[in-house]
Write a protein of this length. Structure first.
Length: 472
């Protein structure tokens, strides 16, 4: 159907440009992520079937545009329509941080208005950007408005990509309601000209493949986390990422109460640190090789907070070349177990940039040190006041990361060796709240008045497809 859609673009030199496209009907089964998912699930049996995702299906794409470029079939299977409003300009440099840079090689700059006839319903919008010029943060800043509402404010592509020039940026806006038969998008300048490389409009589909829960914790008890499922990292401040907190095993920092896991950070002098917090993991107790993880959580607020739900290899030396079994590899500057053996970030959030959730993978070829980490972010809603489901699906071919059932980040197995795909051995879940550090402190000094503050976890569930066996 995408190939039959006619794109009509009116470009007025020196003025705002407009795009209009023929009407497309969304999938009727639209998921309402705003409802309280937990109400329907709270008393489920711990082993049950869940709606999974077919390896060849995605969120239902109703329209995708290669802005300023030709029609294109993406590596993730998305069919992009050509932008026939302007000539096709190809960037002459390699783009970092993307597995599919062809769709980022073209763009349009300037105030941009896109209007698309579309059936009323709820949609997720994905925007793709790349900064084409050698510049400094602050040189190009703009707002993105959808349906008259500012959904991204003061976007600075270079700053959002940690100052890495020519790195791609992917940002999702979930749950956009269209009520008047037209989707309206506006990019308005703040400093310099707005820029856009691609846009994807999609609905959520009912996924048909059956998964079976193989491990989890409903936190339906009181006291310390279940020692049969969880272990602590007890570390001093500065152990990793220059973080300010000491990680403890005290119930003050990590406990289960009122049906939820609490990981709470405090401002206090303890073990030569100015803050304390908690970090637990499921290594050798709840490992997973391919499957789905769901964590329903409410995040802490406050500048300096850095909560994360993420995965590390249970056999971290699988692809290490400079160290062997028994080495203290986490936070090491000489042991390359990280990033060689991989990392999957299901959710990261920093308190100075509230309600923007990030999903990332780290490998030897693609990690933050070389500016090539594969990542995307989603404009989330009231993460410190509402519970949301953060999830990941992992197969031998791809990794998909979800926010309330919207796929906002995908990493594809490119067929290379372990340097790009080390995700072929069991991983485990890590849950922690860091304070300050390289990213948590990037927005300025930690706000001591924000503490104590906590991440609440309602449940953790691990699934596998029915033909697979649990790794643990």
């Amino acid at each position: 159907m995408l190939l039959r859609i006619l794109i009509i673009v009116l470009l007025l030199l020196g003025h705002t440009s407009a795009v209009s496209v023929e009407k497309v009907a969304p999938n009727k089964q639209v998921f309402d992520s705003k409802r309280d998912l937990r109400n329907a699930e709270r008393h489920q049996q711990p082993i049950h079937e869940a709606g999974g995702m077919d390896d060849k299906s995605f969120n239902s794409v109703v329209w995708a545009l290669n802005v300023g470029g030709h029609a294109y079939l993406g590596a993730d299977g998305i069919e992009y329509q050509a932008d026939n409003s302007v000539g096709h300009t190809l960037l002459g440099f390699a783009i970092k941080g993307s597995q599919d840079d062809s769709v980022l090689k073209t763009y349009r700059a300037g105030p941009l208005e896109i209007g698309k006839s579309i059936e009323n319903g709820r949609y997720d919008l994905m925007f793709k950007f790349v900064e084409p010029e050698d510049s400094k943060p602050g040189g190009r800043v703009f707002n993105v408005l959808v349906e008259g509402e500012r959904v991204i404010a003061n976007l600075d592509i270079l700053l959002a990509r940690d100052g890495n020039p020519r790195s791609s940026l992917t940002r999702m806006i979930p749950n956009v309601d269209v009520n008047d038969g037209r989707l309206d998008i506006l990019l308005e300048p703040v400093v310099g000209e707005p820029i856009l490389s691609a846009i994807i409009v999609q609905t959520k589909t009912k996924r048909g493949e059956v998964w079976r829960q193989v491990w989890g914790d409903e936190f339906d008890y009181t006291g310390p986390p279940d020692p049969k499922k969880w272990s602590f990292n007890v570390w001093p401040a500065g152990k990793v990422n220059g973080e300010e907190q000491a990680y403890t095993a005290r119930q003050k920092n990590v406990r289960v109460e009122q049906g939820r896991l609490v990981i709470e950070a405090h401002k206090e002098e303890y073990a030569k640190a100015s803050y304390t917090s908690g970090r637990i993991h499921s290594a050798r107790k709840g490992d997973l090789l391919y499957g789905r993880i769901e964590v329903r959580a409410k995040l802490p607020a406050g500048q300096g907070t850095w909560p994360a739900l993420w995965m590390l290899p249970t056999a971290p030396f699988t692809y290490a070349t400079t160290c062997t079994e028994g080495a203290d590899w986490q936070g090491s500057s000489v042991c390359d177990a990280w990033p060689n053996s991989g990392e999957i970030d299901i959710m990261e959030h920093v308190g100075y940039d509230m309600n923007r959730v990030h999903g990332t993978v780290h490998t030897k070829s693609y990690y933050w040190v070389n500016g090539e980490q594969r990542k995307a972010s989603v404009e989330a809603e009231m993460v410190d006041q509402r519970f949301h489901v953060y999830a990941m699906e992992w197969s031998p071919d791809r990794i998909d990361v979800f926010y309330d059932d919207a796929i906002y980040f995908t990493y594809i197995n490119d067929g290379g060796d372990w340097r790009s795909w080390p995700f072929d051995h069991p991983f485990h879940l890590v849950m922690n709240v860091a304070v300050g550090g390289g990213w948590g402190g990037a927005g300025g000094p930690t706000d001591a008045s924000a503490f104590p503050t906590a991440m609440l976890v309602d449940y953790v569930r691990l699934y596998q497809k029915t033909e697979n066996k649990a790794a643990n």
